[in-house]
Design a protein around this ligand. Structure first.
Ligand code: AMP
Ligand code: MG
Length: 522
């Protein structure tokens, strides 16, 4: 098979002269060469056919397991020189210094069918110079979650890294899942993720923090040159235009997370991409009952820094750290400040357009529509109301005439306590729907309903659904994962026979680990 490779990253940027795996501080380099560590019994657990096809890589089979060996780290594709990236970051608001790919290893840059260069990276492929005291591995539950969610996000139309493969390693990994002093052996796995690059905000923060302006400048020039087709890296304004573009894309991304109810869970600066794509799926979660204060991450349960409602402000804070790093390259910090201010404007614009879309309204330009949205978000907190299902139900509301039956009935699937609909929450819903129908009436029902169905998903990777697929996969059976991936590939279309994947979270899942709360242990 002919697959074209690129070496632009390793050839343009300085590499670490030390090729060993020993944990260390790496200065003056953007990456360190390191090979994945072999595993004992690789087994293919999931595969993205379309993505594989775009790369010219076909699904590994028993007859030809070349790519299974490569994607497990047991073999190397000819011409590639794997490496781990060097970066730093602010974690939970604190500068954490050097982090780097502690368990991710880039296999290389591949040129896809569209002629675009993409980076293929194995997560969980063994220790690197950035592993510090950790093992460089990943457990099946977290790898399956990354695979599932990135493919679901892609189908939802939210910018994201992709996942090509999920491979079980056949080796155990020891993790203390609840951080309670009970480490257990768990099955290990490796995800192969794919992105234009894995360059993060923290990639620039590290050299800036060290006063290494030469490396910082090289990284900025490289990124603009290869990833910003609309900006000439020689333009004196390139730095500002680029920062502006990163701020704008990040605002759009966070608005998209809000649309689908995604909570990243660990929005550290090392976990935000300069491309405005979702990266680093860890203890993420999907909003089920609408609650702006909700976070799936147990490590953050107390301060809730990264809860759903704070994501827009946290992204802005992260971008301000990133801007602070870029400020080392210019005296004109006012221009950086201006670009950062553009974030708030863009988020406001994108989020209004997004919520107008969710409501099926042309825009939120009038005060009455803005109040309608604000009051809805208030209404959703009166009693546990499923964010995803509420908007789907709203998309069925007819404006044609006075409702023949009780308007609350159509919303039963969205309410965790159906009895609550008979009380105050139900009364508030009726009053709100009255106002909504008046606003929505300006547009033909069929048109509005169709538009709402294409912006409000029916199927999202609910936390408990992922956990059920994990439970089975840990027993060696990937059938549930396969079905779930199939349903999530068409998140906006009703799929007969698949109703249970759209249902709100069952009661048993409310407090089960993995179904509503997750630790960072992965
Ligand atoms: P995360 O919060 O998962 O993005 O990880 C933060 C940092 O810890 C990154 O530098 C990771 O590479 C590193 N890390 C996380 N888990 C491991 C592990 N099992 N082995 C080595 N490094 C890890
Ligand atoms: Mg990370």
């Amino acid at each position: 098979m002919q697959i074209a490779l690129s070496h632009r990253y390793t050839e343009s940027l300085p590499g670490d002269p030390d090729h060993s795996r020993a944990p260390r501080i790496v200065e003056g380099a953007a990456f360190s060469y390191v090979d994945p560590d072999p595993v004992s019994h690789p087994r293919l657990l999931a595969w993205s056919d379309a993505l594989g096809d775009s790369l010219g890589i076909s699904r590994p089979t028993t007859e030809d397991d070349t790519w299974l060996q490569i994607l497990s780290g047991n073999a190397r594709w000819p011409g590639t020189t794997p490496y781990a990236n060097c970066y730093g970051g602010h974690q939970f608001g604190q500068w954490a210094g050097q982090l780097g790919d502690g368990r991710a290893i880039t296999l290389g840059e591949f040129i896809n069918a569209d002629g675009a260069v993409v980076e293929l990276q194995l997560k969980g492929a063994g220790r690197t110079p950035y592993s510090r005291g950790a093992d460089g591995r990943a457990v099946l539950r977290s790898s399956l979650r990354e695979y599932l969610c990135s493919e679901a996000m892609h189908a939802l139309g939210v910018p994201t890294t992709r996942a090509l493969s999920l491979v079980g390693t056949g080796d155990d990994v020891i993790r203390d899942m609840f951080y309670d002093g009970n480490p257990q052996a768990e099955p290990g796995a490796i995800v192969c993720r794919v992105a234009p690059s894995f360059i993060r905000l923290g990639t620039f923060e590290l050299p800036a923090s060290r006063g290494d302006h030469a490396l910082l400048k090289q990284l900025v020039d490289y990124t603009i040159r290869h990833h910003e087709p609309d900006i000439d890296h020689r333009d004196p304004d390139a730095l500002f235009r680029w920062y502006e573009a990163v701020c704008r894309r990040t605002a759009q991304l966070v608005a998209e997370w809000t649309r689908v109810g995604f909570v990243h869970g660990v929005m550290n600066t090392d976990n935000l991409s300069v491309h405005g794509i979702t990266i680093d799926y860890g203890p993420y979660g999907w909003l089920e009952p609408y609650d702006p204060g909700w976070t799936p991450n147990t490590t953050d349960a107390h301060s809730r820094r990264y809860c759903f409602g704070r994501q827009p402000a946290i992204a802005q804070w992260n971008l301000s750290r990133f801007g602070g790093a870029l400020a080392r390259l210019t005296d004109d910090t006012d221009r950086l400040e201006q670009a950062l201010n553009g974030y708030a404007d863009e988020y406001e614009r994108a989020s209004r357009a997004m919520f107008a879309g969710k409501l099926g309204l042309p825009d939120l330009a009038t005060e009455s529509r803005q109040h309608l949205l604000a009051d809805l978000l208030e209404l959703l907190t009166l009693t546990e109301t499923d964010y995803t299902l509420f908007f789907r139900c709203l998309g069925q509301v007819s404006t044609a005439a006075e409702p023949a039956s009780d308007p609350r009935e159509g919303f039963l699937p969205a309410y965790y306590d159906e009895q609550a609909l008979r009380g105050e929450a139900g009364e508030a819903l009726i009053r709100w729907l009255e106002r909504y129908r008046n606003e929505a009436r300006q547009r033909p029902d069929a048109e509005r309903m169709a538009a709402m169905c294409s912006t409000n998903p029916l199927y999202v990777p609910r936390n408990y659904l992922a956990q059920l697929a994990i439970d089975q996969a840990e027993q060696g059976d990937t059938e549930e994962l396969r079905r779930l991936l199939q349903v999530l590939a068409q998140p906006y279309s009703e799929q007969p026979g698949m109703e249970r994947y759209a249902a709100r979270r069952p009661e048993w899942a409310r407090h089960r680990a993995g179904c509503s709360a997750l630790s960072c242990s992965s």
